[in-house]
Write a protein that binds this ligand. Structure first.
Ligand code: PLP
Length: 450
């Protein structure tokens, strides 16, 4: 379809005048006017091409425009678009079975939601009902969604705007953030041990008998890819076993191949009781989320009603999209590609670290990576601080503007640049993106003080 300049202006005007944009001041916005997308690229209405280096919001894992998904969705809609969640459909059963196959054997049943935040809400509800306890322990540097319960559960400063009305009962603890370890640890293992010990002390002070669940992102995402040091998950599992607390993995961002395994927590060999998922489950083609539930927890509702429900739970069209997307992960060997390219990415980033003094730390697992920019490697002074105010974002904004100008869309937040392209990316496309980031980093390098 071709559009005249007048059409273009109208699209822009209708969007800006009649719709609200997430997390932003509404005046002065200059969003990309997206027209079409294919593979790892998307085009705006002026024909400018962007390499999508964050899979939009780390969800378009199979790449854009895969017509196999379109066909599956259209076929489902032609046959049956919607029935209420009390009915059985083939797509729902196929998806439930597939999710039970790719998660640990104890996770046997799925409760379907529309997205990540709702998965978290329902996991919190289940954990509270099942344990008869109310407190939820999470990490300060975490994000679990924007609905009331989910934003209260996360520690991300986006919750400050609604802090006075937060869901009660959440206890936050510090992350095992080795690069900036709050306990000045000299090894990742030491940081893990001290972080877990601190968590356990806080749980003791809080009354262990009141704690329903500990929620951890399967692997940290929006807070800056703060990788869990080895042994941390095992220690948290032990704390859960000691006090009868449920362990909930939030795999909304880290799931579905992003780290080279189906789920981020798979890297730690630890059993979880509930697993929240969304995003990559449909790779963004349609909205869907799920909570995978441990067999014993699911069975406890054999003889009493499950206190959960949503009009669009197990929406047949979303389920059909997910079934198609999950088979694409396998047909295209996307997990294997992620492992291979994750190593290549890490090697290239080590070269870039030698070239760019503004890179303080680089962390990735598979194609889930963050570049952490600093003004000074010795002091680790960040290029922009946690919860940076607009005036503290000047340098990072220049870097982000350069990235956009060069033809890349990616997620830049505080002093982090995210590298999380579709898992279908090729080595050449990945290199093309890293070259763009390298060019943009020259701007940051100029602000480094030795
Ligand atoms: N959990 C994690 C780890 C996330 O990264 C996000 C979103 O970025 C959510 C939950 C919320 O998901 P949604 O935006 O689909 O509600």
């Amino acid at each position: 379809e071709t559009y005249t300049d007048t059409d273009q202006d109208q699209i822009l005007q209708d969007n800006l005048e009649h719709t609200l944009f997430s997390w932003s001041k509404q005046a002065g916005l200059n969003p990309i006017n997206a027209e079409r997308a294919e593979g790892v690229y998307l085009w705006d209405r002026d024909g400018k091409r962007y390499l999508d280096f964050s899979s939009q919001l780390m969800n378009v894992n199979i790449g854009h425009g895969d017509q196999r998904v379109t066909e599956a969705v259209a076929a489902q809609m032609r046959e049956l678009s919607y029935v209420y969640p009390g009915m059985i459909t083939k797509a729902r059963g196929d998806l439930g079975k597939k999710l039970a196959d790719i998660t640990a054997p104890n996770l046997t049943k799925a409760f379907f939601t529309l997205g990540g935040a709702e998965a978290i809400e329902n996991a919190i509800k289940l954990a509270r009902v099942y344990t008869g306890r109310h407190k939820i322990v999470t990490l300060y540097q975490s994000f679990h969604g924007a609905s009331y319960g989910a934003i209260s559960a996360g520690g991300d400063p986006r919750k400050f705007a609604v802090d006075s009305q937060a869901m009660p009962g959440v206890v936050h603890v510090e992350n095992p953030y080795f690069y900036r370890c709050p306990w000045y640890s000299s090894t990742p293992e030491e940081c893990a041990e001290r972080a877990a010990a601190a968590m356990e002390r806080i749980i003791q002070y809080e009354n262990p008998g009141s704690v329903a669940a500990i929620i951890l992102e399967g692997e940290s995402g929006t807070s800056g890819c703060i990788k869990y040091p080895p042994t941390y998950w095992q220690r948290v599992r032990t704390i859960c076993d000691t006090y009868g607390i449920l362990l909930v993995a939030d795999e909304v961002m880290s799931g579905f191949g992003r780290t080279g395994k189906w789920f981020g927590s798979d890297h730690h060999g630890v059993k979880v009781d509930l697993m929240c998922m969304a995003k990559g489950i449909t790779a963004g083609y349609l909205p869907l989320g799920a909570v995978m539930v441990d067999e014993a927890i699911a069975k406890s509702f054999d003889d009493k009603p499950l206190p959960l429900g949503l009009t669009y739970s197990a929406h047949p069209v979303s389920c059909a999209a997910a079934v198609a997307v999950l088979s694409i992960y396998e047909e295209e060997n996307l997990l294997e590609n992620t492992v291979t390219l994750g190593h290549h990415l890490d090697a290239r980033m080590c070269d870039l670290m030698a070239e760019h003094p503004s890179i303080g730390d680089w962390r990735n697992t598979g194609l889930f990576g963050c570049i952490e920019l600093v003004k000074n490697r010795a002091t680790k002074e960040p290029m922009a601080p946690w919860n940076a105010a607009p005036h503290q974002m000047e340098i990072m904004n220049k870097v982000a503007a350069k990235i956009k100008e060069l033809g890349m869309y990616t997620f830049v937040r505080w002093n982090y640049i995210f590298v999380a392209p579709p898992l279908s990316i090729t080595k050449d496309e990945l290199d093309e993106g890293l070259d763009m980031i390298s060019q943009a980093l020259r701007i940051a390098d100029e602000y480094v003080t030795q």
